[in-house]
Design a protein around this ligand. Structure first.
Ligand code: PLP
Length: 454
């Protein structure tokens, strides 16, 4: 059969409340043109994020009921720990309420003034958690990863020569080497197994812990299976195990590739580092066998991890994004190619050359998508990354709009609707105008900034 069907049936549904473009124009104004401020029931298709928005399976909901809420030593924790170890065999597994809590704990120990932390591309919360300690976060992705239209199988790869030079230059001031799989902020692009191993080898040679931000490990493993020489036909689970075999630790958001609505973890092999992390955890999250989560959440994560490595699911998920990307490409919308794992990325800077980067072309596209079609996407560009900690502003390396697909939530006709909205937008794109920011906080401004159209 040629058609890739959704590999699930739907037994519980959420109605979508229909709105008109006129209503949405008013709602947008009332939200100061910041899509994070919209009420979600004013959105038709919510592609703001794939974080925590997964549809859980019947088995996950069953696991929720059997979760054990004991303060210490709950069997839910041991199921959680075993499910993680089945995929990533770390010595210490420390639950947190989400990915950024794991980052905050890790960098409260490893960060600090005068430290330098490299990654292929730091995710926004990772960068925020590093910079808030006074450390510097640097992105060393390969040059191909910064060219949105260039087709390359592993655009998330670390530039290994740059990493070596970085470690030579900064020496003891580098407390760890990070690698984000897949590379979310860089277009959801995968990292090859060879590159993961080579990054680990360099980190080891320089005596630095190698930490993987593994939020999208299953999608990354799918791309390795599909695209990397010698990996065809291997089980996703085996590939996942190989990806983490050489790492000294990981941060994880279970709101991504664990099908959970909340949760995360920090995993470490080093005993002393893990001790410090647990001490911090008790102050900020909770006791080490629940870490800011309910026992039931730990069980939902454990069950979700056994489902996320299913090949039929991964094939359907990746195909949805490929399909939309191919259709947009065919109608002349510049998109990041090849399609990313969890999202479709539109290159707003290339599409709207009449809007300067400091007038936020990504924001202009995201707002118009909402007004026209009730689709909520997310600017990933100069709004998100354009402001330095000292308050100065410069264009980010790209101005993208991310349409992130919640897992198992939308169907093929939703995908076709999204394509149709882009057809309408294409016809009027030259009339779009940029934005200016009228109010903003000192960090992570995209969540709360207020905008005005120019
Ligand atoms: C989502 C995400 C995070 C942060 O996780 P939260 O659960 O949202 O705090 C960190 N890194 C990457 C790559 C992510 O996608």
């Amino acid at each position: 059969m040629k058609t890739i069907i959704e590999p699930f049936r739907i037994k519980s549904v959420e109605p979508i409340r229909m709105t008109t473009p006129e209503e949405r124009r008013d709602l947008l104004r009332a939200a100061d043109y910041n899509l994070f401020k919209l009420h979600s029931d004013d959105v038709l298709i919510d592609l703001l994020t794939d974080s925590g928005t997964s549809a859980m399976s019947a088995r996950q909901w069953s696991a929720i009921l059997s979760g054990d809420e004991s303060y210490a030593g709950s069997p839910s924790f041991f199921r959680f720990e075993a499910a993680i170890r089945d995929l990533m065999d770390f010595k210490h597994i420390i639950p947190t309420h989400q990915g950024r809590a794991a980052e905050a704990i890790l960098f409260s120990i490893l960060g600090g003034k005068g430290k330098f932390i490299p990654s292929n591309t730091h995710f926004d919360t990772t960068r925020g958690n590093i910079e808030t300690t006074g450390a510097r976060a640097d992105d060393l992705v390969i040059a191909e990863g910064k060219n949105p239209s260039l087709v390359h199988p592993f655009k998330g790869n670390m530039d290994l020569a740059k990493l070596e030079a970085y470690l030579e230059q900064h020496g003891d001031a580098v407390p760890c080497v990070m690698l984000t799989i897949t590379n979310n902020a860089g277009g959801g692009q995968p990292v090859s197994l060879a590159n993961i191993r080579a990054t680990a080898e360099i980190a080891r040679r320089y005596g630095r812990p190698f930490i993987i931000d593994g939020c999208r490990f299953a999608e990354n493993a799918w791309f390795i299976q599909q695209r990397e020489e010698g990996q065809k036909g291997r089980a996703i689970k085996d590939i996942v195990r190989d990806c983490f075999a050489d790492a000294d630790g990981m941060t994880m958001s279970a709101k991504k590739d664990a099908f959970a609505n909340i949760g995360g973890w920090l995993a470490l092999n080093d005993d002393e580092l893990a001790d410090k992390a647990r001490t911090r955890l008790i102050m900020t999250e909770g006791f080490p066998t629940y870490g800011g989560l309910a026992g039931r959440d730990l069980d939902a994560i454990a069950q979700g991890l056994s489902e996320i490595v299913d090949e039929d699911y991964l094939r359907y998920r990746i195909r949805t994004n490929e399909y939309i990307t191919e259709r947009l490409d065919a109608m002349g919308v510049p998109v990041v190619k090849p399609a990313g794992g969890h999202a479709v990325f539109v290159d707003a800077r290339a599409w709207l050359p009449h809007i300067a980067p400091l007038q936020y072309p990504g924001q202009a596209v995201a707002c118009k998508l909402y007004e026209l079609g009730g689709i909520r996407g997310c600017e990933i560009g100069t709004v998100m990354f354009g402001r330095a900690p000292d308050g100065t502003e410069a264009p980010a390396s790209m101005d993208l709009v991310r349409l992130a697909m919640p897992r198992r939530v939308y169907t093929q006709s939703h995908a076709d609707y999204i394509v149709e909205v882009f057809e309408e937008l294409t016809a009027m794109k030259d009339s779009l105008r940029g934005y200016r920011i009228t109010e903003q906080p000192p960090a992570l401004r995209h969540f709360t900034a207020k905008f005005a159209p120019l």
